[in-house]
Write a protein that binds this ligand. Sequence first.
Ligand code: ATP
Length: 222
Amino acid sequence: AVGAVAVRARGLGKRYRAKWALRECTFELPKGRVAALVGANGAGKTTLMSVLAGLLDADEGSAGAVGRVAFVPQEKPVYRHFTAADMLRLGARLNVVWDEERARRWLARFEVPLDRACGKLSGGGQAQVAFALAVGSRPDVLMLDEPLANLDPLARREVTAELLGEVAATGMTVLLSTHVVSELSGVADHLLLLAHGRLLAGGDLDELLARHVGYTGPRSDV
Ligand code: ATP
C-alpha cells in the first residue's frame, strides 16, 4: 500500500550568487517515518532542509510539507542567559501550537536542570533544550540538522530512541541530517543521499540497499 506523503520536492534548486548549492532535487518523504539526509560536508544538507522548512526560497522547482514544520539548526538556538525554564516560556510565546508537557517530558528525560542558564549547560544539554522546544511545538514534520553531532554514544542512542517514540506516538515525520552513516543504524528507514547538491539516491533504505548492493537483510523480512 502507498502511504501518505509528508514532504515533496520537485526539481528543487538553490544557489548562493552564481554557485548552485542544490540542483534538480526531486523526492518524496513518506509520512510517519524517519528519513536520513546523508552527504559530505558542503553537500547541501543544510540548504535543502532550510528550503524544505521554508526558511530559504528556492531558485528552481518547488517544495512543500503537509502540516507544520519545525527545524532545529546545527548551531542549537538557545539563549545563553536564558534558563531551560525561560526557553519553555519562549516556546509558549513563539509557537502557534505549544505542548508544554511534551517539552517538559523531553527535558526531564534528559535530566536538563530547568533553572540553569543555557550557556552553562554542556553542548549536549543545549541540544536537548533545542529538541524539547521543537517537539513541544507539535510539528507534523521535524527537521533536525546534525542532531547527533557532539553527543556521546549513549546520548545518541537515547535521543534516537526518544525520537522514534515520538514518531510512533504522534505519526510525525522526521528528517535528520548526518555525515556519519554509522549513526543511522536502527534509526532511519528512508534515505536521501546528497552529493554536490544533487540527489544520488532517495527512497526506502531496504529497497535502496537491495537494488544497489544486493543486500536483503533481516529488516526486509519484517
Ligand atoms: P555541512 O555538513 O558542512 O553543514 P552541508 O551539506 O549542510 O554541509 P550546505 O551548508 O548546505 O552543505 O552548503 C552547500 C554549499 O553551499 C557549500 O558549498 C557551501 O559552501 C555553500 N553555501 C552554504 N551557505 C552559503 C551562503 N550563505 N553563501 C554562500 N555559499 C553558501
